[in-house]
Design a protein around this ligand. Structure first.
Ligand code: SF4
Ligand code: SF4
Length: 167
């Protein structure tokens, strides 16, 4: 997705993952080095796909991530407890600078650091509008801490309806 389509978090009223699984189709999930090592050790190299200087999770021929499985009418991630950071962040995108020239509503400050947070409008869990207190004070800070690489146990930024089992 082009950056020009992203929505600043300050224009979002709330977000709640519907566990629709759409974000696991047709996206390429980049892996950090430690994620690649961990996943390769557990599942082998066949789950990886190599790109220009990057390593991604392999998608199946139907475009679905290799770790997505159907369960009781839903699509679930079988890496649920150890998802790559890119997946834990979705549908948020974190930048160090604003992506729009006009002052946008994406700025967020955590621990004296400034970031710019946007959302992928393809996610069905997004409700546009003035941010609710829960969104601004619980969801956004949790996502930014995940993006900073801090050890965060996801409380507000994961679907409550997902039950998972490791493969
Ligand atoms: S993050 Fe959005 S697109 Fe992905 S499963 Fe949740 S609601 Fe669906
Ligand atoms: S690892 Fe899980 S969350 Fe990430 S794309 Fe694959 S199925 Fe979706």
């Amino acid at each position: 997705m082009k950056n020009s389509s992203l929505v600043p978090w300050g224009e979002v009223s709330n977000w709640s993952c519907k566990a629709c699984g759409n974000c696991c189709i047709g996206y390429r999930v980049p892996l950090k080095m430690d994620e690649m090592v961990r996943i390769t050790n557990q599942y082998g190299e066949s789950v990886l796909q190599y790109g220009l200087g990057k390593v991604y999770l392999r998608n199946q021929s139907n475009g679905r991530c290799t770790f997505q499985r159907p369960l009781m009418g839903r699509w679930i991630c079988t890496l649920q407890g150890t998802k790559p950071t890119a997946c834990r962040l979705f549908p948020f995108r974190m930048h160090n600078k604003p992506i729009y020239k006009r002052g946008d509503n994406a700025k967020v400050q955590i621990d004296d650091k400034t970031y710019y947070l946007y959302m992928d409008p393809n996610c069905k869990g997004i409700t546009l509008g003035k941010p609710t207190e829960r969104f601004a004070k619980q969801i956004v800070p949790e996502i930014v801490r995940i993006g900073m690489g801090l050890p965060v146990k996801q409380k507000y930024t994961t679907s409550k309806s997902i039950h998972w089992r490791p493969i």
